[in-house]
Design a protein. Structure first.
Length: 362
């Protein structure tokens, strides 16, 4: 197995099952621990047995880095600094190009959501501390992170509540801590975004626009596209009030942004209903109206989806030239954003097969 320590376990409150801490102290930059059931741990173990040696190299080595910008690599274009009013944050030290990968971080502590519900709190805290202490760096990278939760009763719980990302691991829902990524502050119109690599429990941070030396690197802690009031409510989870340029803009600018975001949602929903009602030309007109609004609000993650929707509509209309044009554009966006390596013809054919399965033959 990939584990470097024997598992440590606690029974659930109903005594019918157990959760255990499994550790590989050599994986990634600092080692990592996962708290989950034995069955789910076995699934995760099968991933790591298939990984190349470079992905499970000892913490601190130069192996396992996909580029020179990752933590521990030979060169990086960022540094962690103290930022007034925010605590620590990450700033660029060199010019970073649009869509360029900035850093690659490994999860260090991954906790099954079921564990937080099914295990007695005191026993759970013991298991969390053991999971952290077994890491390759002794848990230093986790324990030095911010702790701002007013609900936490334990220091490790506080780290989780303050810093963890929600993620899927196999068939389960988990909280995952990425220590370097956790240093990146939130913005509602960020200049960077996250790409999850589930098989090796990594997060890649890439630039969504050019970032200049001295500029703070930011990501969104929320799904992009929320209105100001929605963002304010949701960010209470992290215990801060956002002071990004969008949230501190004039009331008129905030209202205009909110209006565009509401219009985007309205158009997207209306386009779906029109398409489902066998009104493809109406769906086409509505979808075309979405794209310029996305650009104004910098909602780049939605662009590929909308271009694929245009391709689907043209496919239904049997206009294969335009269907291919927008399919290719949709895939080019994904390639630019680093989700696929390059656009290949088989990807378009696969898209056609999916359309046929979902919409029926043309």
């Amino acid at each position: 197995t990939p584990w470097t320590h024997p598992p440590s376990c606690e029974l659930t409150t109903d005594l019918n099952s157990q959760y255990c801490a499994y550790t590989n102290s050599r994986h990634g930059h600092r080692g990592w621990s996962i708290v989950t059931t034995p069955a789910r741990a076995a699934d995760v173990a099968s991933w790591f047995l298939d990984l190349p040696l470079s992905e499970t190299s000892p913490a601190g080595s130069s192996q396992g880095k996909k580029n020179g910008n990752g933590e521990g690599g030979s060169k990086k274009k960022w540094k962690v600094v103290q930022i007034e009013g925010k605590g620590k944050g990450v700033v660029a030290t060199e010019e970073i190009q649009e869509w360029e990968e900035i850093l690659l971080d490994y999860a260090t502590l991954v906790v099954d959501v079921g564990f937080t519900i099914e295990v007695n709190a005191l026993r759970g805290y013991r298991l969390l501390h053991e999971a952290v202490g077994r890491m390759g760096d002794g848990g230093v990278g986790v324990m030095e992170l911010g702790k701002s939760s007013e609900y936490a009763q334990d220091v490790v719980e506080n780290v989780l509540r303050t810093n963890a990302f929600s993620t899927r691991v196999g068939e389960g829902d988990y909280m995952a801590v990425y220590p370097t990524v956790s240093r990146i502050n939130h913005a509602c119109m960020p200049n960077a975004y996250t790409r999850f690599v589930q098989e090796s429990l990594q997060v890649s941070i890439a630039a969504s626009k050019p970032i200049h030396p001295g500029e703070e690197i930011t990501i969104s802690y929320l799904t992009l596209g929320k209105t100001h009031s929605e963002r304010t409510h949701l960010l209470k989870r992290w215990g801060f009030t956002c002071t990004c340029p969008l949230c501190t803009a004039s009331p008129e600018a905030i209202a205009a942004s909110d209006a565009r975001r509401k219009e985007i949602e309205k158009l997207r929903d209306s386009a779906i209903r029109a398409f489902q009602a066998n009104k493809p030309y109406q769906a086409l007109r509505l979808t075309r109206q979405v794209l310029p609004l996305l650009a104004k609000e910098e909602l780049f993650p939605v662009e590929s989806e909308q271009l694929e929707n245009l391709s689907r509509i043209y496919w239904v209309l049997n206009d294969m030239e335009k269907a291919e044009k927008y399919a290719r554009r949709s895939l080019e966006v994904l390639a630019n954003q680093g989700y696929i390596k390059e656009v290949e013809s088989w990807m378009i054919k696969k898209m056609w097969r999916r359309f046929e399965e979902e919409e029926g033959p043309r």
